[in-house]
Design a protein around this ligand. Structure first.
Ligand SMILES: NC(=O)C1=CN([C@@H]2O[C@H](COP(=O)(O)OP(=O)(O)OC[C@H]3O[C@@H](n4cnc5c(N)ncnc54)[C@H](O)[C@@H]3O)[C@@H](O)[C@H]2O)[C@H](O)CC1
Ligand SMILES: [K+]
Length: 503
């Protein structure tokens, strides 16, 4: 089926993510072009955070602010001054001696002092946190780098051990603004971030550390944003409207033909799961090329799926002309049989989705060596990404954006690097989708995602749009299925929710 050349779907309310460097550029543009001085920005930041604190914890009767030596600390001093002005008892941990403070941070320190905040220079001088105490983490923001140095590390541990609500200013201290990597970091109930949403808030450890993310543009004008490069678009959802509508005269071919290739000895379930996910996402025709022993099971479980027994790549060849998209990988394994199937499918005309062991075989460099395709989607998790790049898992986790882009450069196509925040790298840029939940870290979830994405491509979406919508659908279905608890969540629990979301 000729894939309709659908224009990329305009994402619903795309929210932009930025690196720390890009936010500093935005900062400077606001100061220079809008003539808003840095101190005014700091006061707005402090005010935004303070107002968020009061609205979230109206019964607060004591505030403890932990200030670092930079402008993140400066924001903290503004918060302390505002609290003191309103007779809320406030104690500030002055993390860096006042003689080392400079510029706006020093002015903000003077504001807190004049308004009567209690300033202490050691952690153990901080009062015990009572029931209605709220802690404010203003230690580190976008200026953080490297491992936490003293006394910030002790302050972070103290905050995390206090057992009372925590508001993080701009970023939870210890979280890398670009990658979401964190070794030791504040765990917050809410993070108030300014001017630009940092990518790290939605990647890696970010979602687990930020609590709710509240954004305040501090008055930055809309025309400031397009001037900054390196925008990462965070799509909360592609509009579903562009999927072909199912009308009375629809015919099954119109919704694409997906073929799943996989299911080596003992792994037939994974392949069938992907086939079922494609069916639930709305594909008209689904076929499965798998080991003969899985054909009967497949036919009994899903008679709608056309199961083909294949014992070699040669047998697979003639089947490859028919589908509009082929997903290779669910339960594929790494046997000679597996390699033969990938070698053939990898050169088929149809668009491809490669997952799981198809990626591990590709990483081995013997099968499809050197091949690059614009019309394939690779869906590695951290370990598969590390193998594709021949680097360590830790290096991938340290900078998922860079890893996803590196894979895209090496193999072309669209790369979905799965994680707490999922990164989608493609020719025109990078998207981050943060949805799903920890309950989804169980077997079969990846097989489902493969089937969903293959189905959306088969229904005519462009590969980047199918990747964005597929990741979002998969995560949202996981959230719906986990409504009554994440423990024991099974991949098959998502299937009815996928169907409901696309309907
Ligand atoms: N445009 C905006 O987003 C606005 C941001 N504001 C706030 O300013 C900070 C960025 O301030 P900056 O001074 O550049 O950096 P930080 O305060 O985040 O940190 C620098 C501070 O921290 C020390 N430090 C760095 N790494 C470590 C480490 N590993 N261990 C210990 N200490 C470390 C460094 O020595 C400095 O003392 C931004 O996040 C916002 O909160 C503006 O106020 C409003 C507009
Ligand atoms: K902070």
């Amino acid at each position: 089926m000729e894939r309709q050349n659908l224009a990329p779907i305009p994402a619903a309310e795309p929210q932009s993510l930025y690196s720390a460097a890009a936010v500093r550029q935005l900062d400077q543009l606001v100061i220079n072009q809008q003539k808003i001085p840095g101190l005014a920005l700091m006061k707005r930041a402090g005010r935004a955070a303070f107002d968020c604190l009061r609205s979230r914890w109206p019964e607060v009767n004591a505030i403890q602010v932990f200030c670092g030596g930079g402008n993140n600390g400066g924001d903290g001093y503004v918060i302390a001054g505002l609290a003191a002005q309103r007779q809320i008892p406030v104690t500030v941990f002055v993390g860096v001696p006042v003689e080392k403070l400079k510029g706006e941070a020093l002015e903000a320190y003077g504001f807190a002092e004049r308004e009567g905040a209690t300033l202490v220079s050691t952690i153990d001088a901080m009062p015990a946190a009572g029931k209605n105490t709220v802690l404010v983490d203003a230690l580190l923001g976008t200026g953080f780098s490297g491992a936490l140095r003293s006394p910030v590390d002790a302050a972070v541990a103290h905050i995390n051990g206090a057992g009372v609500p925590v508001l993080a200013v701009d970023l939870p201290s210890g979280l890398n603004a670009d990658s979401g990597f964190a070794e030791q970091a504040v765990s917050a109930d809410v993070t108030v971030t300014f001017i630009g949403r940092k990518a790290g808030l939605f990647l890696g450890c970010g979602p687990a550390l930020t609590g709710d993310v509240v954004f305040d543009d501090l008055g930055a004008a809309a025309e400031i944003y397009p001037q900054v490069q390196g925008m990462l678009l965070r799509h909360t959802a592609e509009t579903l409207a562009r999927l072909p509508a199912r009308t009375a005269d629809s015919y099954k071919n119109q919704f694409g033909h997906v073929m799943i290739v996989g299911g080596d000895h003992g792994f037939g379930g994974a392949a069938m799961m992907a086939a079922e996910a494609a069916a639930r996402t709305g594909s008209g025709l689904i076929s499965l090329a798998t080991r003969p022993e899985h054909v009967v099971a497949s036919l009994t479980r899903r008679p709608e799926v056309m199961a083909h027994p294949v014992v070699s790549g040669q047998e697979l060849e003639p089947l490859l002309e028919v589908p509009s998209v082929i997903a290779v990988g669910p339960g594929l394994g790494r046997s000679p049989w597996s390699e033969q199937l990938l070698a053939r499918a990898g050169r088929a005309q149809a668009a491809l989705v490669l997952d799981a062991d198809a990626l591990n075989i590709l990483a081995g460099g013997r099968v499809l060596a050197g091949i690059k395709r614009d019309d394939w989607v690779l869906t590695p998790h951290i370990g598969e990404a590390a193998r594709l790049l021949q680097i360590s898992n830790a290096e991938v986790t340290a900078d998922p954006l860079a890893a996803a882009r590196a894979i895209q450069e090496k193999f072309s196509g669209v790369v979905i690097l799965k994680g707490a925040g999922t990164v989608i790298a493609h020719r025109d840029g990078t998207d981050v989708i943060n949805t799903g939940n920890p309950g989804m870290a169980s077997g079969g979830m990846g097989d489902l995602l493969t089937g969903v994405i293959a189905s959306l491509i088969g229904q005519g979406m462009t590969l980047p749009a199918a990747a964005r919508l597929g990741v979002w659908l998969h995560g949202e279905a996981g959230n719906c299925a986990a409504a009554d608890g994440q423990r024991g969540l099974l991949a098959t629990d998502l299937l009815p929710h996928i169907r409901a979301l696309v309907d």
